[in-house]
Design a protein around this ligand. Sequence first.
Ligand code: NAD
Length: 436
Amino acid sequence: MKITVVGTGYVGLVTGTCLAETGNHVCCVDIDERKVNKLRNGQITIYEPGLEKLFERNLKEERLSFTTDLKEGLEDSEIVFLALPTPPGEDGSADLKYVLGVADHIGKLLKDYKIIIDKSTVPVGTAEKVHAAIAKNYNGEFDVVSNPEFLREGVAVEDFMKPDRIVIGTTSERAKVLLTELYGPYVRQGNPIIFMDERSAELTKYAANAFLATKISFMNEIAQMCERLGADVDMVRKGIGSDERIGKRFLFPGIGYGGSCFPKDVKALVYSAKEVAYDFAILDAVTEVNERQKIHLVSKIRRYFNNDLAGKKFAVWGLAFKPNTDDIREAPSLEIISALLESGASVCAFDPEAVNNVKQIFGDRINFAETQYDCIENADALIVATEWNEFRTPDFDKILSLLKDPVIFDGRNVFDVQVMEKKGFHYESIGRSSVN
Ligand code: NAD
């Protein structure tokens, strides 16, 4: 099939590349000229495991192309994906200006039947708004479908190629047939394509993210209780996770959720609730707990150093909002670093992929190290902010020899408390007892 993907960010580039991988011809459109030029020249613009190889192959096979010209991008295509930003407005609502702006433009360019698919996370009723925006300028036949994306950054290619499920919101039989064909290669194992109406599909995405964010905030509150009551959150986590109704996944406490989705989607759902005169009380608490948790580690650091961080040097391992991505949007590491700088401390940071993005925020206000060990030389303490695998079993003796004092604040519980105790580190983590 000939497909257009509008927006080549984390969702658009993965979607476009993975759709090309099964033999479709995909033209990706973006207004960012620099990005499009890079992609055209074979330079990938995001870090996502496994993506580069697929990207290079499909570019070479000429199944994947890039343009800044929407008209060119739409030529001969049957299916148009919108993978555009839906950032939060000041009131928390999802800003639809990108989605509706492109819909308006598409309406002016349409000449024949196309399916316009909303992959962006958008509030209930957006499919109707996109339909109206197109219909203003085009009175031929077209369908607008809601097809929310559930991929996780860090495993996005795997998630796209083998999704747990595909949700498609449409009442159009024509769209159903075409999309069943398009997604067939991705659900060969029998994972379901779940058809529903547009509104339910739109709400499904918010419900999924809000539920996952709730799980994280809930565990962070349990961790707070563990710290106060002398319980171990790892034990509690295992104890509840083996109950099938609860499940083992997504029960890890930490320094709060970040990223471009959970924070904004929770707020957008709260806003949507207000619009229909409903007080979505639990989600206000989820956000509040998350904000508290983001600075919880800083409180521990302040307490340990008697509230005097001036002149102290901190090493930070991990900047991305989670492992296996270079995405730093709403990353808890950024808040921790800002708080340390405000208190007069200096920071040296290491991350396998996210350094360039963080440089754009802090410039030369912090130092960056080439390796995780260079990062800790002469530091007063090591802070772990992202649980990259390479941090899990480091050379602790080397760490001991490089740090000024053997002090570790672990925001992701990557180290074993007993090992830390034996090695002689002062070690504080989340929801577990501190040692030494
Ligand atoms: P992103 O910011 O990485 O990418 C958006 C892209 O759209 C950018 O490249 C931008 O230049 C481009 N763009 C903006 N205006 C444009 C226009 N008028 N024409 C063409 N291109 C334009 O965003 P993302 O992370 O890919 O997210 C996109 C949507 O998908 C959001 O609604 C998000 O909530 C949702 N989503 C994201 C994820 C994720 O993990 N990132 C997962 C599921 C859903």
